[in-house]
Design a protein around this ligand. Structure first.
Ligand SMILES: Nc1ncnc2c1ncn2[C@@H]1O[C@H](COP(=O)(O)OP(=O)(O)OP(=O)(O)O)[C@@H](O)[C@H]1O
Length: 253
């Protein structure tokens, strides 16, 4: 084990402490603290406007928190922009699939981070090999690494987006409503892929409006209401009624 690995052992991949974010007079997030362990899936739930997207944007370097701290494997970091978050091993998968439609699957896996060989030429062989290996491992069923994104179904595209995040994320993947635009069978396939990421020892934070999905995938559930962290529950030790009551602030009968 390297010194870094020893230092990191037992540390959460991500620790947020007392995060607060305001937009002018609007308090979008207050007093938010959460730790995510390697191999853990944490679901972030809350009604519209609860602050979920704001939190994802803070973790991925899109917004700076107004106050509070972020640590990766125990070391404090500043996430000044999205590039910095990526350099810290954090990748985001959005519901609207930030893929280049006209490009092949393998080009999409490396967008902006293409490996090169002599004279700055793209190392296409390596891109194709790495793409094929990963889509096989994750069982993303696409015709080929050469397929063009626009010819794929929504589920296949989301599979590619998750594979890309998996390729680059050494610490954490943020999934923002990854199945919102998908049908039933495609959702099931994407859920299977997300589940399989646990064995890669990275942390996963997933935003979902589907409590079925949250209960199927997560180890813990974190509830936000109007920017406040209402509580975090072990998924096995709670039920939908309790989570709905936490989301709405109303007792379930
Ligand atoms: N750029 C911004 N400028 C001003 N206010 C903002 C901005 N982004 C978010 N907010 C406010 O912060 C609060 C949290 O919004 P956020 O989008 O994070 O919620 P959400 O839980 O992701 O909601 P949804 O489920 O509808 O996407 C809301 O009151 C919203 O209006």
């Amino acid at each position: 084990m390297t010194t870094n690995a020893v230092a990191a052992a037992g540390q959460p991949v991500l620790a947020l402490k007392d995060i607060r974010k305001t937009f002018g007079g609007v308090v979008a997030i207050e007093n938010f603290s959460l730790e995510i362990q390697p191999g853990e899936i944490v679901a972030l739930v809350g009604d519209n406007g609860a602050g979920k997207s704001t939190l994802i944007k803070i973790i991925s370097g899109v917004y700076a928190p107004t106050s509070g701290s972020i640590s990766i494997e125990g070391g404090p970091v500043t996430m000044a922009n999205a590039t910095m978050a990526r350099a810290h091993g954090i990748e985001v998968v959005y519901q609207d699939l930030a893929l280049a439609d006209q490009q092949t699957v393998y080009m999409n896996m490396f967008l902006g981070r293409e490996p090169t060989k002599a004279f700055g030429l793209l190392d296409r062989r390596r891109m194709i090999d790495e793409t094929e290996k990963l889509v096989k491992e994750l069982d993303v069923r696409i015709p080929s690494a050469h397929a063009t994104i626009r010819d794929l179904s929504g589920g296949q595209r989301q599979g590619v987006a998750i594979a890309r995040a998996t390729h680059w994320a050494s610490k954490l993947i943020l999934l923002d409503e990854p199945t919102a635009a998908l049908g039933v069978a495609e959702t099931a396939k994407v859920e299977e892929i997300v589940q399989s990421l646990k064995s890669r020892n990275i942390g996963i934070l997933i935003i979902s409006h589907s409590l079925d999905q949250v209960f199927k995938l997560s180890d813990r559930i974190c509830v936000l209401r109007r920017g406040r962290q209402i509580g975090v529950r072990e998924t096995k030790a709670t039920d939908k009624n309790e989570i709905i009551a936490m989301i709405t602030g109303l007792q379930q009968s």
